[in-house]
Write a protein that binds this ligand. Structure first.
Ligand SMILES: [Zn+2]
Length: 299
């Protein structure tokens, strides 16, 4: 133990090298360091165990090693923070992550343009597998089994939400929606990313082009997700009722508000989105399966 302690006491880490390394064990250390940019306590025991699986040394040892390098400091409340000496490595690592994100997005977009949603999801999985804990910080939860099938439904959607739009605009919107759905993330575009024809066709909605395209795309995603929820509830024996849920804010219209929190038998549930919704961002209502508490008790 003493010998180990001495050896380990002398360990010097090369932050630049670790931040740029292709070896998961190496860059995982800077990834961990980066978690302490904002002052915070150590990770939960469960998370420490997950980190143990990817770090070259156990989590606790790694933290102590960071402190020895002068990269991390603890305050009297046992909260940790990256020091000015550690910051350049975190910065270098973040730039690297940004570059990787910028490189992967077009690859997924290309697969979606080819309508190959399985391939698009494969690219996402390969990208996320490179993260120490298997997940990027900007993507959605672990995709469900039918995730790429739902993304595909967006690309082939035929719905009144798209009425009155040119084919060109419809295709553009579907791609924007499918991309967000595939990643499980939401983002607004910059005005330069929105083609003139899309801008013109969506300009009537009372929103600027960035907001108009964002909300229209959200509508497509929400429709596909709602439809899927409804189909699964209808096809199964476990759910008899669905609740209509949704935000209650300045964009919630009176029509949608009257349905909020109401439960319906699956066969009688109103269709979403509400056609009579008058919100400028569109109907944001969603179906929530109602779990039957009595059935659970019987088990
Ligand atoms: Zn609604």
């Amino acid at each position: 133990m003493n010998l180990l302690k001495r050896l380990w006491g002398r360990t010097t880490l090369d932050g630049e090298k670790l931040a740029a390394s292709d070896d998961l064990q190496e860059y995982a250390q800077i990834h961990l360091l980066a978690e302490f940019v904002e002052t915070r306590p150590l990770h939960s025991t469960a998370d420490q165990q997950r980190w143990n699986r990817v770090l070259p040394r156990p989590y606790q040892e790694t933290i102590q090693l960071f402190q020895k390098q002068g990269w991390l400091e603890a305050n009297t409340l046992d909260q940790y923070r990256v020091t000015p000496a550690g910051r350049p490595f975190v910065q270098r690592y973040r730039e690297r992550l940004e570059a990787e994100k910028a490189a992967i997005l077009p690859q997924v977009r290309q697969a979606l343009e080819a309508r190959d949603t399985s391939e698009a999801l494969e690219i996402r999985r390969r990208y996320e597998a490179r993260f120490p804990l298997g997940k990027a910080d900007w993507t959605g939860p672990e995709p469900q089994l039918n995730h790429s099938a739902l993304t595909r439904r967006i690309l082939f959607l035929d719905h009144w939400l798209l009425e009155g739009l040119s084919l060109e605009t419809v295709e553009w919107l579907k791609l924007y929606a499918a991309e967000q759905h595939l990643w499980g993330a939401q983002w607004r575009l910059s005005p330069q990313e929105i083609p003139a024809h899309v801008e013109q066709e969506l300009a009537t909605s009372g929103l600027d082009p960035v907001e108009a395209t964002f909300w229209k795309a959200q509508q497509l995603i929400l429709y596909v997700e709602n439809h899927d929820t409804w189909q699964r509830c209808k096809g199964g024996d476990h759910v008899r009722r669905m609740e209509i849920v949704g935000p209650d804010d300045e964009h919630t219209c009176e029509h949608c508000r009257q349905f909020r929190g109401q439960e319906f038998l699956v066969a009688r549930v109103p269709e979403l989105p509400h056609r009579d919704c008058t919100s400028i961002v569109g109907c944001r209502c969603r179906y929530e399966p109602v779990l039957e508490v009595d059935d659970e008790d019987g088990l």
